[in-house]
Design a protein around this ligand. Structure first.
Ligand SMILES: Nc1ncnc2c1ncn2[C@@H]1O[C@H](COP(=O)(O)OP(=O)(O)OP(=O)(O)O)[C@@H](O)[C@H]1O
Ligand SMILES: [Mg+2]
Length: 313
């Protein structure tokens, strides 16, 4: 049994893309139809697998497909779709104002995340027939945690908007009691529909992400001080949001045969490894050695994937 949605996350540069693509390759070579998706706006999936990947799914080898979500493109599509929905609804007088507001929203810090999120949910919902497993190569921790906890946070906010909208419409309907035409017009409320569609989408995303049989999140870290602290905090947050934490992958462990030059560094890693075993032992700690050179292309990834077989499925 494989969980349908497998996430790899962690601090910048720890080896998330390497682990995600190597894990995906291993599944594919066992006959599991696998899609590996990068949600990191700074993609490096194509480099890792040694094959160009873009905002449309490409086949990488039998049973393996890749996709890099293009944050800027999704943000633009997202804004355009909201704009076209809104422009149908609002009166001509405020069209320019709406356009202006949307432009500001497009440039705001959360816009790309919101747009990536929509695409991300779409991928999860449509994965069913085509793929057995979707492996997500995520952006460094902070960004990803915001992405995964977005439904929970936005649900509260959208619920509030829906309540306000309902109240406003009730008032308008009351005021229109004696005007037949207006009454007819107010029967439907497109804004309410848009809001409730989004609320339902967040709800569905939350259901998928918090289903422990369906989704699992693996952490990748290096045996150093800061990543241990960051991983500890991130695990606590995910668990608070009821997202299943799978394995903790410790990457770049200096092998014993590395020689005198790296001895001191190796000793310091040993201390951190002991802390990692103690703190994260219950999740299953999977260890990966530091290799002599970068891990690039399918052959390199296949070498790493044997070590990753210990990852909890
Ligand atoms: N165990 C290892 N031995 C040697 N090189 C490694 C190892 N793990 C990763 N690398 C190399 O280190 C670089 C960074 O790894 P990777 O891209 O997987 O990290 P990342 O966590 O995805 O980074 P980012 O946060 O930038 O997305 C890559 O060039 C990769 O080939
Ligand atoms: Mg990466």
């Amino acid at each position: 049994m494989y969980r349908r949605f497998t996430f790899f996350g962690g601090k910048g540069g720890t080896g998330k893309t390497t682990c995600a693509s190597s894990y995906a390759l291993n599944l594919a070579r066992r006959g599991v139809r696998t899609l590996v998706v990068s949600t990191d706006p700074a993609h490096s999936l194509a480099d890792a697998v040694g094959h160009p990947i873009g905002s449309e799914v490409v086949k990488l080898e039998p049973n393996l497909w890749g996709l890099e979500i293009d944050a800027a493109l999704e943000a633009r599509r997202y804004m355009e779709s909201i704009q076209s929905q809104m422009l149908h609804i609002v009166s001509a007088a405020i069209v320019e104002e709406i356009k202006r507001q949307l432009k500001i929203a497009y440039l705001s810090p959360g816009a790309e995340e919101a747009a990536i999120f929509d695409r991300f949910v779409e991928i999860m919902e449509q994965a069913g027939d085509k793929y057995d497993v979707v492996v997500f190569d995520t952006a460094p921790t902070g960004h990803t945690l915001r992405l995964l906890t977005l439904p929970e946070v936005l649900e509260v906010w959208i619920e509030h908007l829906i309540k306000k909208r309902t109240k406003a419409m009730d008032l308008m309907r009351m005021a229109a009691k004696y005007e037949k035409d207006l009454q007819e017009k107010l029967k439907e409320d497109p804004i309410f529909d848009i809001l409730s569609r989004r609320r339902d989408m967040f709800q569905r995303a939350k259901d998928l992400l918090t289903d422990h049989e369906l989704s699992v999140f693996h952490f990748v870290l290096n045996p150093e001080k800061m990543p241990v602290l960051e991983t500890e905090r991130a695990i606590a947050l995910l668990e608070e949001f009821d997202i299943k934490v799978g394995s903790v992958v410790v990457n770049r462990i200096i092998p014993a045969e590395a020689g005198e030059f790296l001895r001191r560094r190796r000793e310091s890693q040993e201390g951190h490894l002991a802390t990692i075993d103690e703190k994260f032992g219950k999740y299953g700690v999977v260890k990966l050695p530091m290799l002599e050179s970068d891990i690039q292309g399918m052959d390199d990834l296949a070498k790493v994937s044997r070590d990753l077989e210990a990852i909890e499925r």
